[in-house]
Design a protein around this ligand. Sequence first.
Ligand code: ASP
Length: 310
Amino acid sequence: MLPVVVVHGGAGQIPKDRAELSMSGVCSAVRAGYGVLLGGGSSMDAVVEAVSLMENNPAFNAGCGSVLNMKGEVEMDALVMDGRTLASGAVSAVRNVANPIQLARLVMDKTSHACLTAEGASQFARSVGIPEVSQESLITEYARMRWRKNLAPDANPVECQMGKMGTVGAVAVDGEGNVACATSTGGMLNKMEGRVGDTPCIGCGGYADNKVGAVSTTGQGEAIMKVTLARLILFHMEQGQSAEAASDLGLAYMQSRVSGLGGVVTVDPAGRWAARFSSQQMVWAAAQGDALHWGLWTGEHFTQNIGETS
Ligand code: ASP
């Protein structure tokens, strides 16, 4: 069994001028998560580290850089799940934390609940000493520009939905064979206030079970929820499919059954991994052994020694 970390930076159509930033962002995040594993950290520590880095990176639709809702505000969702115990923690519609993924982990570690939302989640954040940040600090010029553009009466609704993707997620297997997943998002561009997507829902935005594997998803949240995409993929793995085949089966079902597009990163407990998507693109990276892998388009797969600087 070979420890591994696999991350994604969102499925969809990544604008040309953002592609480089997104690729270097996922590569740095996967290196950081893998560094945690090499330092003896657990798969849960690794996925939270990798996702925190991407939340802090304005290139992605999570944390700073999140898309804006109809009112021009940030509302974020996040989920973690631990394959050892099936414990999970999530937050939804949170507005004033820099790293929703860390808050989700604290929900898992410090409460008896699986999900806290909106103001209740903020109160919990204060009670555990997570500093409040301003909305302004989470909103980038780019997010504001896209919000304005998509409010325009002639905005193309399909473009609005495809252009916005950039949710982040990670899965990992550690030296003990424990799997974990983490997913974090600003959701859908110009969503209604209070809209909660697939990301914080277990079985949808992610799932982790040491007996089968772990998945983190991205894509059209309402479609992902209809087919409980993460759990569906693990179901196919339970039936004997590989991580790659199961990911393709889950994505194909979502596309044929509810016309939904998306992407996933998947691992099994032996460290076999997959990064698959039905959208035009998904930026992803994986670290295992001496190798760093990454890609953006279907069939694209770059590899280099992890020690090399890119
Ligand atoms: N799944 C996310 C949501 O619907 C969006 C995405 O992955 O890009 O909130």
